[in-house]
Design a protein. Sequence first.
Lengths: 110, 130
Amino acid sequence: MLVLARKINESIVIDGRIVVKIVRLDGDVVKLGISAPADVPVHRREVYEEIQRSNQQALINPHVVVPKLLRENVMPLAMPSSASDQKKPSSEPTLPAKIQSEDTNPRNNQ
Amino acid sequence: MRGQTTIYMPIGLLGFEHVKRYVLLSHPDEAPFLWLQMLDDPSLAFLCVSPLHVSPEYQPDISPADVESLQLTKPDDALIVSIVTLHPSGQPTVNLKGPVIINRHTLIGKQVVPSNAADYASQHPLPVAS
């Protein structure tokens, strides 16, 4: 692993096209701004790995018998016990008209 | 969508980035489930279901970058499906943390992590008949 020290507002460049900037230092939380092309997805690692694992477990041969969905006993959404960040649930519609969270890529004009 | 539709996923699914081409299959006997089958390997597929069948109040916050990359202009443009895991023993679950969004018009899809992903489980119990 390459380890580089950066101060706030300093950046690193990956593969000449991905820029990671230290946007804020807040106690033990480092806020990163990431600029990357659309074909380069960026995710929190633990979320990526959780979904990757879930996808791997889900892959099957489509000849299996499909279960019958029950619609009466719809389970309420359970809040996970350990959220990795402190965002509150949003009541915005599915397609937000504005930036939803401050974690989206900030521009370099701060 | 009914029957069989070819979907293109430019960056694939998380952990399956190299697989770009899928066929979305539906059969009336299996409704509301759909299959997302790998076009180049029909023996591999993901069972999917609309998350609204499981949780009517499900509201993933799709980031503006994802909305733009999928060229979505209104909510109707998007078909949202969640991947189901049939666990060998126990209740099937559905991934509400990483929904698959497909543009109905362009047939381009992406598995997105909504801004409020922390509010949802990747293995949310799916109520099925025993």
